[in-house]
Design a binder for this molecule. Sequence first.
Ligand SMILES: NC(=O)C1=CN([C@@H]2O[C@H](COP(=O)(O)OP(=O)(O)OC[C@H]3O[C@@H](n4cnc5c(N)ncnc54)[C@H](O)[C@@H]3O)[C@@H](O)[C@H]2O)C=CC1
Ligand SMILES: O=C(CO)COP(=O)(O)O
Ligand SMILES: [Zn+2]
Length: 347
Amino acid sequence: MDPRKIQLPREIHTGPGVIEDTGRICSDLRFEGRVMVVTGPRTLKIAGETAIESLQDAGFEVDQVTVGDATMASVAQVQDGLNGTSLVLGVGGGKVIDVAKMAATLEGVHFISVPTAASHDGIASPRASIRNGEGTASLEASSPIGVIADTEVIRKAPFRLLASGCADIISNYTAIMDWKLAHRLLNERYSESAAALSLMTAKMIIKSADAIKEGLEESARLAVKSLISSGIVISIAGSSRPASGSEHKFSHALDMVAPEPALHGEQCGVGTIMMMHLHGGDWRFIRDALARINAPTTAAELGIDPEYIIEALTVAHTIRKERYTILGDRGLTREAAERLAKITEVI
Ligand SMILES: NC(=O)C1=CN([C@@H]2O[C@H](COP(=O)(O)OP(=O)(O)OC[C@H]3O[C@@H](n4cnc5c(N)ncnc54)[C@H](O)[C@@H]3O)[C@@H](O)[C@H]2O)C=CC1
Ligand SMILES: O=C(CO)COP(=O)(O)O
Ligand SMILES: [Zn+2]
């Protein structure tokens, strides 16, 4: 990524019912003709159909594709369906948004992010996390030109998704510690402004933890705004560094070793507790903050066997090796991993 360039969304629409304005918003942004709506199998019914109807009412010709996992095969599936398309919209969770964002980037067309859940901070970021044979790669992508976040849709989504998004933001704490460490040890490029905004976003979510409740529109709005802010931090840094460190490596490792992984943000939250302990910081503060928003803090709450937690801790350092963190180049021994998980009461 060019460090001299910061790409940000041009328009952000949040509020109850904004998805019904999708067609008008796209017309106002000067798009016309054919557009592509990418959804997941569940999110087509939840929000995709409303977006499609609104686009058709505004005179757009709409193609639609449903994707599963965030893989290059799914990206290629979307690319194959693009035929004179002026715009791609991703209507769904983090995986749908990443696939649609990446396909639009590769084809050189604009992208609008339409999150159906406040579960991840990729809503407004210029990156796409795509799985490959070796794990998850954070790929450079164009920033969405717009975000349409309907807080009524998001409010009705399972609360677990919103708590997961808040945990993804709380993980900024250890991501920043790792980034500073890499800056001190390896002279890695570091942005004070990106780090400060990242930490402020995490602090604000913790400060508001008691106001984050199931079914409340204000809670959905608060989480969405914080996730967009965290995504903008990624834009400023030109990398997911301020929002992804050792705790994300742990989550990516769990995705590989656990037969049934939990949600991305949930795993990152639990990782943050343990990585904060490795950094010598106040891990209990992180654990209590996660507990206040009803995000998981233990292996049992993640629904993951302790054995996979230990295994993920021992291999986490092998993921994205160029990103130096508290896990170092050698990672944790099995004994150290087990002790860490036990001391922090994760297992
Ligand atoms: N590009 C970036 O900068 C970032 C990317 N990510 C990526 O995002 C992904 C995680 O996103 P998630 O949304 O947690 O996972 P996800 O996309 O798998 O969604 C989780 C589940 O929630 C369901 N869902 C979504 N909206 C719903 C609704 N309104 N009602 C009922 N169910 C709904 C989906 O169908 C899916 O089954 C990971 O792949 C992660 O690596 C995460 C952070 C940043
Ligand atoms: O999840 C992210 C930030 O929350 C960024 O994803 P990566 O760990 O794939 O860079
Ligand atoms: Zn994340």
